[in-house]
Write a protein that binds this ligand. Structure first.
Ligand code: MRU
Length: 342
């Protein structure tokens, strides 16, 4: 599946807003189109938006002709700021842009063509490294999935979210490939329905058995002992192990703890933010009220119903049974988490 691909001096993005009914791509030839695609969730998922932003930065170098009034420094600095401002919670976005900016600082004396090619190679390198991380996460994580497991997952953490093999969903796919008999409960993930639209579609493609539930059905399954473990991704994991993930994750963490079922969090080290001490410092993206008022363009409520739409919540580290990263499986206590992922 080509989620992100560099083609003809542009970034092709699989438009996730059209899934599962239409598989189509958009071609971004300007960094502002990449920023717009991230903002509108055409590309989404923490690792995938980091990769898209890296290519967006490289694209800005192609967009810069040398004839502008601005210097290249100013042009790229502005492009990075615009890309960074698209979505505040997933730390991979800023991480990838910082890395691109550092690369540029090292090579900025070179001729324009060489700067472009070097930045493009750096974006491709970030892409390749993230894919490699996914594979390792999946191999480590599959060890935690017993044969016969009934797994609850949330949001979308597959190839669509990472442009690679996936994180939490990658682990489930790996366990399935290893011949384990797994069944996945996919929570629909209101308001944007990443579970229903994307995860269900990916599991269907992969031939993994699943059942779709609405988000308020998880308690029903736990109360009947029908969930063995919960596995989710993350958008930002801070120094003490608190993590931000799609709104609704915290509800599942509380349910899992009450019912004594493990909650596993799968993410690459690019999702860790060593600069924040606790989850209270994580900026939570607030999105448009229309996402809550409507589904698929159909208004569900009054056109002006007051709405709250935080896109993420923060789950305290006490609820996390283990983090699964490309470095291995990290279990509590998490007081040396930063050293372990450095
Ligand atoms: O708003 P989104 O769709 O970009 O949300 C991000 C996510 O996909 C999830 O929170 C996910 O669990 C972490 S990213 C693999």
């Amino acid at each position: 599946m080509e989620v992100l691909v560099w083609k003809n001096e542009g970034l092709m993005i699989l438009d996730q807003t059209k899934l599962p009914h239409q598989v189509s791509h958009i071609l971004c030839r300007h960094y502002r189109e990449v920023a717009e695609a991230i903002r509108k969730l055409r590309v989404r998922g923490a690792p995938a938006i980091g990769i898209a932003a890296a290519f967006g930065y490289a694209l800005a170098a192609f967009n810069f002709s040398g004839k502008e009034e601005q210097s290249m420094d100013d042009y790229l600095c502005r492009a990075a700021a615009e890309l960074r401002a698209t979505r505040p919670t997933a730390v991979n976005l800023g991480w990838a842009l910082d890395r691109m900016g550092m690369k540029y600082q090292k090579i900025k004396g070179l001729p324009l063509n060489q700067i472009r090619e070097t930045l493009l190679a750096e974006a491709q390198q970030i892409f390749d490294e993230e894919r490699h991380r996914d594979e390792r996460i999946s191999s480590f994580g599959a060890k935690l999935i017993p044969d016969g497991a009934r797994i609850l997952t949330y949001c979308n953490t597959g190839a669509l979210a990472t442009a690679g093999w996936g994180t939490a969903l990658g682990i489930i796919l790996m366990a399935n490939r290893q011949g384990k008999n797994v069944h996945v409960y996919v929570s629909e993930t209101r308001p944007v329905l990443q579970g229903a639209r994307l995860t269900a579609w990916e599991l269907h493609q992969a031939g993994v058995p699943y059942t779709l539930i609405t988000d308020n059905m998880a308690g029903y399954l736990f109360s009947r002992q029908q969930i063995d473990l919960v596995i989710v991704g993350a958008d930002r994991i801070v120094a003490n192990g608190d993590f931000a993930n799609k709104i609704g994750t915290y509800n599942l963490a509380v349910l899992a703890a009450y019912h004594k079922r493990p909650l596993y969090v799968a993410a690459p080290t690019s999702t860790f933010d060593k600069n924040l001490a606790t989850g209270q410092e994580i900026p939570v993206e607030m999105r448009a009220p229309e996402e809550v008022r409507s589904i698929g363009g159909t208004l569900l409520t009054l056109a002006d119903s007051p709405v709250l739409n935080p896109s993420f919540d923060v789950t305290p580290h006490e609820f996390v049974s283990a983090f699964i990263t490309e470095r291995g499986i990290l279990r509590p206590p998490y007081n040396d988490l930063v050293e372990k992922i450095s």
